[in-house]
Design a protein around this ligand. Structure first.
Ligand code: NDP
Length: 228
């Protein structure tokens, strides 16, 4: 066998070994049994599906969104699927007081938090920006400022539990595109803030981890409605 062929095979084996080690250490389903999880935007779409995943793994859940009647149905399904506990609290993240209220409710009901999953978004039109600054301000409150406020409120309890903040963001928070300017601005803001927070927490030796999920198109009802 030629030297370069040997070298290539050796490198390939090395890469395969690292990949196996990497994938083996990344996820332990057991660790989510009994985990205390708050999911926002859990009445539909990705938030609803995330709630079902946590439920199947036996987590304890608090779910929030604006529509209590829809959340109630999601909570019942979570209990059927195996959630140790599932509760809901209706809240409107356009109202700054609701961010703290929701986190406090989850801490009181679950005795602390292990995962804060920030996922909700307010409705925004798909099309050329119409110059509506008020809507942009409102969307920043719902899609960004409420995330910051909930993270701040949850940080002390997450510190106690070696917990995690999960932020659901978007490719539109990385690359500028037409037709969704205010939405994209809120996602850029999330990436900037929580990306920086990741570093600051590490610099302070904090036990809290921050995961930013950068999603492409997922066929939720809201997303499909926009592109049809
Ligand atoms: P949905 O529109 O399906 O869900 C949005 C959720 O937010 C709903 O539960 C809604 O419930 C809640 N919500 C809306 N307004 C408010 C408010 N004012 N206060 C509190 N909750 C509110 O969105 P998706 O599931 O499609 O998206 C989920 C996440 O994934 C978002 O962060 C989005 O940016 C991200 N993402 C999605 C992509 C996709 O293609 N689907 C692509 C990239 C990122 P209710 O109406 O009951 O309040």
């Amino acid at each position: 066998m030629k030297f370069y062929t040997k070298l290539f095979l050796l490198c390939s084996l090395g890469v395969a070994f690292i990949a196996v080690q990497w994938s083996g250490s990344s996820f332990h389903a057991e660790s989510l049994k009994g985990a205390r999880v708050l999911v926002t935007g859990a009445s539909t779409g990705i938030g609803e599906q995330l709630a079902y995943h946590y439920a199947r793994l036996g987590a304890q859940l608090v779910l929030t969104a604006r529509r209590g009647n829809v959340l109630e149905q999601v909570v019942n399904k979570c209990l059927e699927m195996g959630a140790q506990k599932a509760l809901f609290i209706p809240a409107d993240m356009a109202n700054p007081a609701d961010s703290d209220r929701v986190v406090q409710y989850a801490i009181d009901q679950l005795g602390g938090l292990d995962f804060l999953v920030l996922n909700h978004i307010g409705p925004s039109p798909y099309g050329m920006w119409d110059g509506d600054v008020e809507h942009t301000r409102w969307l920043l409150q719902v899609n960004f400022l409420s995330y910051v406020q909930m993270a701040k409120k949850a940080l002390p309890t997450l510190e106690n539990s070696n917990g995690s903040i999960v932020v659901v963001s978007s490719l539109l928070g990385k690359v500028s595109n037409p037709f969704e300017l205010p939405y994209a601005a809120t996602k850029f803001a999330l990436n900037g803030f929580f990306g920086g927070l990741q570093h600051e927490l590490a610099m302070q030796g904090s036990n809290v981890s921050v995961t930013i999920c950068t999603l492409g198109l997922i066929d939720t009802e809201t997303a499909m409605e926009k592109i049809k």
